[in-house]
Write a protein that binds this ligand. Structure first.
Ligand code: GTP
Ligand code: MG
Length: 182
């Protein structure tokens, strides 16, 4: 079968992964891009990058560029540089650590202050409640739903990088939101 190849749309999409240190940002990115998980904690310094090519549909290929920002960067002057031209963000917290949930607001304010779409509107943000495999959830679903409503977050996902729960689904949703808004 040698039918000529259809012309393809190829999109480059930059997305940020942000949230407190140790919540599992690097683990999520690694799970999604490499299909691997390690229980060793190796702190991210500055930012890491990962790529994934997605055959979105017959005409569209998405080259997703994930910027995995160090949790320790929240008050760092570098975030403005890292956030530049991001099309979407995944905001991550550890569902077993209340302090990481409380920090979300600051991450979000920092993000929205520093990055907007060309028309001035906010970029799409999804919320990832990670480490759902640990059975001590300190943050309730009600609290998460309320936070999303109050902060115009489109969707939250209870997920686990360790057990590969909801990671693919969440990032797929994030990409779909960007494509639908184009
Ligand atoms: P910084 O780079 O410091 O900002 O942290 P991070 O958000 O990138 O955290 P990282 O992905 O390095 O994960 C921190 C620790 O949590 C590591 O020991 C991971 O193995 C562990 N971890 C990450 N995701 C999960 C998960 O879904 N479940 C469990 N049980 N542990 C996880
Ligand atoms: Mg990291």
């Amino acid at each position: 079968n040698v039918s000529p190849r259809k012309p393809r749309n190829e999109l480059l999409l930059k997305a940020l992964v942000i949230g407190d240190y140790g919540v599992g940002k690097t683990a999520i990115v690694r799970r999604y891009t490499e299909g691997k998980f390690s229980s060793n904690y190796k702190i991210t310094i500055g930012a890491d990058f990962a790529f994934k090519s997605i055959d979105w549909d017959h005409q569209t290929k998405v080259n997703l560029q994930l910027w995995d920002i160090a949790g320790h960067e929240r008050f760092g002057y570098m975030t403005r540089v890292y956030y530049k031209q991001a099309a979407a963000a995944a905001l991550v917290f550890d569902v077993n650590r209340v302090d990481t949930f409380k920090s979300l607001k600051k991450w979000l304010l920092d993000l929205r202050e520093k990055v907007q779409q060309p028309d001035g509107s906010n970029i799409p943000v999804i919320l990832l409640a990670n480490k759902s495999d640990i059975q001590q959830a300190a943050v309730t679903t009600d609290q998460i739903v309320k936070f999303c409503k109050e902060n115009e977050i489109d969707q939250y996902f209870l997920c686990s990088a360790k057990e590969n729960t909801n990671i693919e689904e969440a990032l797929h949703f994030m990409v779909a939101e960007v494509l639908n808004s184009k």
